[in-house]
Design a protein around this ligand. Sequence first.
Ligand SMILES: [Zn+2]
Length: 285
Amino acid sequence: MKKILTVVTTALLVFTGGTVFADEWYITHEPASSEDFAHEQNVGAKMHQQAVQCLNVFGSRRVAELKKEFSGKLFITFFDPVRNATRLTMASKREAQKQIALAQHGGLELVLYGRHAQQHRRIQGLFQYDATWRAVLVPALTMTQPWFCGVFLHELFHASKDRKRVVEKRQRDTFLNPAWVDEEVRAHEFEREVLSAFTGGQYVHAVKAFIAHERDLRLRDIQATLQRRGFSAFDQLFSPASENEMSIRRAQVLVDATFLFVEKEGGGIEEKREAYISIFKKNRR
Ligand SMILES: [Zn+2]
């Protein structure tokens, strides 16, 4: 149980319904042959590139800050569920030495895991910042770029906060306690900013339109109202996606609608904190 408390999960909720696509995993089993390792290495290079591209989202000051902090410092490893460890897969010794140097001098490890590792106890959500490993766990899954970047940068936000805590020798507040929840609220608001940047502001506009359209909306009814109304107003802003990505999207839309509703009613961080906790408790798997 203790281990779970140090871990941050992003996908709190699973909603069903709507058109979903089968999840496409780049990695489905532990590599056993040289072809498998070559494939793993290609996946690593591809996902590294995808992650680096997220640092170039324009119009977000916070993304620019993360770029400054992590640019040139992200490196990929692979999760080995049998050993509960990570492994470097490199074409050459030189490349491997470069990665090891990054690991030793302020690099941030992105641990990719495949479909076969999903049930491992270490994997608590699709993406997570693992505070014991001080690494971001990333599913080797095909995703649309706006949502990959939204969730990935959310986790990078946690990584950055954690680094500051380490320097200042502070502990993170425990699970669901005020400072913990406040960081989660900020991370989700940052994610909203990223999604909005990708859609030229249309994403936030759609969430606000939902709130404005529902007369007499109450905080505790937001989730049921969203489910009744459906998510097409949000889905149409992005490409179709897999089941896992859809569950991430549903959770984020709910959190965004909740926080923007709180703001509209004149509430602040305390009301958001309470609302987050109640969403979390209601949807905990
Ligand atoms: Zn988070």
